[in-house]
Design a protein around this ligand. Structure first.
Ligand code: MG
Length: 333
């Protein structure tokens, strides 16, 4: 096999078969192995279904790559509704000339992430486009999961008195990708927080039946997620700057580059709105998980100022935390 992707690798012919067969040992499972036109499987109950496309630039960054991101991002979107993630589709759009060794590294990373997230790739597609028609590699994944009985999590469910939990430091992913892209060197390198959150979320749900909203604060960061909750639940949100966990290196990078960590993307964090009485118990559970060590309660839901997020700053002043306008960092995920 050539060491670069050729247009013929997307032709459906012999080279396509060889390429797909070279991935199969990594992703094998009884449903995928049939290689029929669509995957057939049994599912019961209420389903969660989502899709996302990944165009991150660069495709390799500290703490992850586009493959890990594609599995975690789509799996996490199912987890945020309380669903047990089950199956993913995986579609590659590859630019002609892309090195096959890099593709294999990404497939190996996909395998590692699917193993950890306990999700199976059951169908997929590979297309190759002419040089210049795509930038290296894009991935689309769709995912299905089953929502357990009694679980009803939505951005519209926040109620006054609820507490707001963030599962860890904010801004790591955005700064990791940006520093790799721009060749910035920080004294302490920042790895992306990219991670599958299925187990963390399952532990949270087992600890409390009063988790009202969950969302992974990806593009637009924590600020956007909180604004979504405030708008969709028609409640106010009050947070305290001093309680929001931010890594020192991320804070320093944000200051240097003129960014606000509230708006930087995360790929392995969950923001949860939890009934007041259960908040400490849920927080303690989150902190036990390896992806939740720096979790914190950062604020609460209030009846005042519906639709608005207000932050008490370190200096004791109050300011409105708005939705971001425009694209802060393109191709971050
Ligand atoms: Mg999401």
């Amino acid at each position: 096999m050539e060491d670069k992707i050729l247009l013929a690798h997307g032709s459906g012919g012999k080279l396509s078969h060889d390429l797909i067969n070279s991935f199969l040992p990594n992703l094998a499972n009884p449903i995928l192995n049939k290689l029929d036109d669509s995957a057939v499987f049994e599912l019961g109950g209420r389903l969660a279904f989502t899709t996302d496309s990944y165009t991150v630039n660069p495709i390799f960054f500290p703490g992850g790559d586009i493959g890990k991101l594609a599995v975690c991002g789509t799996g996490n979107d199912l987890s945020m509704r309380g669903a047990k993630t089950l199956y993913l589709s995986l579609s590659f759009i590859i630019e002609e000339g892309f090195p096959i060794t890099e593709l294999k590294k990404i497939v190996a990373s996909i395998q590692k992430a699917t193993d950890e997230a306990e999700v199976k790739i059951v169908t997929g597609d590979t297309k190759v486009v002419n040089r210049g028609s795509a930038d290296k590699l894009f991935i689309n994944t769709a995912g299905v999961g089953v929502v357990p009985e009694g679980v009803n999590i939505s951005a519209a469910n926040a109620r006054p008195g609820d507490r707001i939990i963030i599962s860890g430091n904010i801004g790591d992913h955005g700064i990791a990708v940006l520093s790799q892209r721009e060749g910035l060197k920080f004294q302490v390198p920042v790895p992306s927080d990219c991670a599958p959150l299925n187990k963390l979320v399952a532990e949270m749900l087992a600890a409390s039946a009063n988790i009202h909203c969950m969302r992974d604060p990806t593009r637009g960061g924590l600020a956007t997620t909180l604004n979504d909750f405030a708008e969709q639940s028609n409640i106010g949100i009050q947070i305290e700057e001093d309680k929001i966990p931010v890594d020192k290196a991320v804070l320093a990078a944000c200051e240097l580059l003129g960014f606000d960590p509230l708006y930087i993307a995360n790929e392995g964090r969950v923001v949860a709105v939890v009934g007041h009485a259960d908040a400490d118990r849920v927080l303690a559970k989150v902190k036990e998980n390896k992806y939740g060590a720096s979790a914190a309660i950062i604020g609460e839901v209030v009846a005042e100022h519906p639709g608005k997020v207000i932050m008490k700053t370190s200096l004791g002043a109050s300011r409105i935390v708005d939705m971001p306008v425009g694209e802060l960092l393109p191709r971050i995920c």
